[in-house]
Ligand binder design. Structure first.
Ligand code: NAI
Ligand SMILES: O=C(O)C1=N[C@H](C(=O)O)C[C@H](O)C1
Length: 257
């Protein structure tokens, strides 16, 4: 496939979905199918032949699978010269570095990895990063459906990293906490020095609160996804953008701007 064909805006974007029978994958298949500028050319799930996506001529693959398989999928996409939009969680800095090294050998390929494709969630993370330097205390409470495999969520981990960076830049030390006697887990997990609490309950989809505190006041920044449809505008935005963004893009922020 030539560069011209790949980037011709008049041609529908040929999209393959990995994890197509999952909660997110099924929603992505519906959204791609309904988008006038996209063709859904491959739906792949566990046990299916991954080469279905390349045989079908997918230019962009969307991955919503599981943290234990996503790196193999992504390596395969990059090797095949297929652009990738990834929502699957589990991306540590080491994993991102490996993806960058694979991309060095395929300089035309674009990969967008976003911990959360909800526009409101992206803004919530931006607002939290902005607020972080003004408050001595901060904790994150994320709430999800009970079938979620990972805890804390990718969104909470990413938010904690952003807050930690802002606190370091502002010269803030650890949040004050006199706890001496703790039942293990009572104070949550510590991600880059930020306490993160993960709640799992039937009826929830994906929710997060960032609670800031300083003398005499608190600030709560909250985002709620009540339906997986909330992630679709962000996913489609990334599918449209990724062919023209060679290399690795982490988060939706650059695409929204
Ligand atoms: N970035 C974002 O905005 C969002 C990210 N997520 C993340 O997306 C991932 C998937 O979430 P859900 O759809 O709720 O999970 P799910 O369990 O419903 O779906 C995962 C699907 O991947 C399939 N799968 C497993 N191994 C595979 C392989 N080797 N090849 C192809 N398919 C394979 C499974 O059979 C399953 O159908 C999770 O990591 C979750 O945290 C979920 C919602 C939003
Ligand atoms: O598993 C989910 O459902 C979600 N996963 C992502 C995460 O771990 O942050 C995004 C969103 O919270 C929904």
């Amino acid at each position: 496939m030539t560069d011209e064909q790949e980037k011709n805006p008049a041609e529908p974007i040929r999209v393959g979905v990995l994890g197509a029978r999952g909660r997110m994958g099924a929603e992505v298949c519906k959204a791609v199918d309904a988008a006038a500028d996209m063709d859904l050319v491959a739906m792949v799930d566990q046990g299916d032949w991954l080469f279905n996506a390349s045989d079908a001529g997918a230019e962009v693959v969307v991955d919503f699978t599981t943290p234990d398989v996503v790196m193999d999928n992504l390596h395969w996409c990059i090797d095949q010269g297929i652009n990738a939009v990834v929502g699957t969680t589990g991306f540590t800095e080491q994993r991102l570095e490996r993806v960058r090294s694979w991309l060095e050998r395929k300089p035309g390929v674009g990969v967008v990895i976003a911990p959360n494709f909800g526009i409101g969630a992206v803004l919530m993370m931006q607002f939290a990063a902005r607020a972080a330097r003004h408050f001595e205390s901060v904790e994150i409470i994320e709430q999800h459906h009970p079938r979620k495999l990972d805890a804390p969520s990718g969104t909470a981990t990413h938010t904690a990293r952003l807050i930690a960076e802002a606190r370091v830049a502002a010269g803030l030390g650890p949040s004050p906490d006199a706890t001496k006697d703790e039942v293990p887990g009572a104070r949550g997990a510590e991600i880059d020095g930020v306490r993160v609490h993960a709640v799992r309950a039937t009826g929830l989809v994906a929710h997060q609160e960032v609670l800031f505190g300083t003398t005499g006041e608190t600030l709560t920044i909250r985002h709620d996804s009540y339906d997986r449809a909330s992630f679709m505008p962000g996913v489609l935005l990334a599918v449209r953008a990724v062919r023209n963004r060679p290399g690795l893009t982490v988060g939706l922020d650059a695409l929204l701007d």
